[in-house]
Design a protein around this ligand. Sequence first.
Ligand code: N01
Length: 507
Amino acid sequence: MTQHTQIDHVIVGAGFAGLCAAIKLDEDGERDFVVLEKGEDVGGTWRDNTYPGAACDVPSQLYSFSFAPNREWSRSFSAQPEIQDYLQRVARDSGTLDRFRFDTAMRDATWDDASQRWIVTTDDTTYAARTLISGTGALSEPRLPDIDGIDSFAGEVFHSARWDHDSDLRGKRIAVIGTGASAIQIVPELQRVAGELHVYQRTAPWVIPRHDRTYSGLERFALRRVPGLQQLYRTAIYWGRETYVPVFTRWPRLAAPVEQVAKANIRKGISDPELQRKVTPDFQLGCKRVLISNAYYPALDADNTELVTDPISKVTPTGIVTADGTEREIDVLVVATGFHTTDMPIAEHITGRSGRTLAAVWAEHGQSAYKGTTVSGFPNLFFIVGPNTGLGHSSMVFMIESQVTYIRKALRAMRRNDFAELDVRADAERAWSEEMQRRMEPTVWHTGGCSSWYLDEHGNNTTLWPRTTFAFRGELASFDIDKYDVAAPATTHEPATLAGSSAGGQR
Ligand code: N01
C-alpha cells in the first residue's frame, strides 16, 4: 500500500499566489504545508516569461505585496528581471522556502471521503492533505496555435513563455505569430537584431503610449527614506487605475478619447498610411487588453519588418504560407499566442467528491468558483486567481492578497469549529456565477465587438472580475460560512457544529 505523507496543506505553484499563501499561512501558525512547484524557482509567470523586452504593464509601485513593499524599483514599469529578483528576495526573507519543493509537479489530486483529505500525488510522494490550495494562475500553460503543418517546421520554434536563450537570432529571418501583450514587447527587440522580421497579425490591438521612466536618484532616495511616501504613491496609482472600471464595465464609450490617443500613437510611430490602416483596431478599446508601448509601431515601420495580415494557411518545413498563396521563408518561428485561460489545465488533475474531474464539471457550463475561490463538490479546495478574478486595469497582487485573506479566514473557521470539511453549497456557487454573467452583459468585453481570451466557448466571460478591486476585497473580507456545508472529522462520528452560530449546513 502507498505510504501517505500526512500534511495540513498542499499549495500548488510558487508564483505571487503560492508565495503569498505560504507566507500568510506560516504567519497564522499553519506551518504544516508543502509548496509544489514544477519549475526550478519561485516566480511563476515571471520566472517563465524571460523573452527579450518582458516587462510589467502595471506600474511598479502597485506590483508588490502590501506586506513586502519593494523600495528598490528602478523605474515606473519594471522589467521581468527586477520582478523576479523581488519575488526571490521575498521568498528568501519569508523563512518558508524550506517547505518549497521545486521541480516537483502535482500529478493528481483526488478527494477521499473516508479520510476527508486530498490525496495528492507527485512523481515520488503521495500526500494526504487537509486542504489543497491552487496558485497556478491563468497564464501558466502556453497555448500553441493549431496551425496546419506547424510540427513540420524544420527551424527553431518556441513559445514566448519558453524562450530559447541559446538561439542566436542575429541576422536571422524571424516570424512572430500573434500581436498580444507579449508580442508587442518582443517585436521591437527582435526588429533590432533580425535580418528580416515577419509579424503575423490576426487582430490589431489597441496600443497606447507607455509612460515609463527611470526613477531619478533623488526619487529613489525619497521613496526609500520618506515615511509614507511610497504608500502615498501606491495609493494614488491604485485609485487612478480604479477609474477605468466604470468605463470598461458600464460606459465603454467614455473610452473614445483614449482611442484618439492610441490613434495618435499609430501616426507617431508609423509613416506609411497603408500600414497605419492595417494596425488600426476595428473594435472598442478595452474589449481586449489595452497594450502600452512606444516602441511597437516604430518597429513595425522599420525596413526589415513586414506586418502580415493575410491569414496563415499552413506552416511548411521552411516557412509560412498565407491564404493568398505567398510563402515567406524563415529560420526561426516565435509563437506569441497566449495561454490556456478559460480551460485551466490543473482542472484535469483534480477529482472531486463525485469522482469527476473539475475539468469535466467545468466542461458543462464553463469554469466557475464561488468568489473565484471555492467549487461545490470539491471540499477544502481553494483557488487563488480562480475564475472571474482577472483584471485588465490593475494589479493581480491585490486580488491575490484578497483571496489569501479569505482562505486564512476559512482555515481559522475550520480550526475553531473542528471542521474537517468545508464545501461551498451548489446554490451559492450558482448564484455567484449568475451574478458574474449578469454583470458582464454591459461590459466592453461583451459589447466591444472583439473576440478575446476573456470569453469561453459558451460566450461567457469566466476570467475577469467585473467590478472594482475594492468591491472584490469587500466580498472576500470575511468568511461566509453560511454558504458552506460543513462536516466534523469522520472519526468522531459527531456532526459538526459551528461555535456560537447555527449557520451553515451539515453533511
Ligand atoms: O497572449 P494573448 P499574450 N493564428 O492571448 C494571436 C499577460 N501579459 O501572451 O487577437 C494567429 O493576449 C492572437 O490573435 P487574436 C496579459 O494579461 C502581461 O500576448 O486572438 N494568431 C493574439 O494576437 C495578457 O493579456 C504582460 O486574433 C493567433 C496573440 O496571438 C496575457 O498575458 C506581458 C493564433 C495572443 O495574445 C496574454 O498575453 C505579457 C493563431 N492560431 C503578457 N492564436 C505584462 O506586461 C492566437 N493568435 C504584465
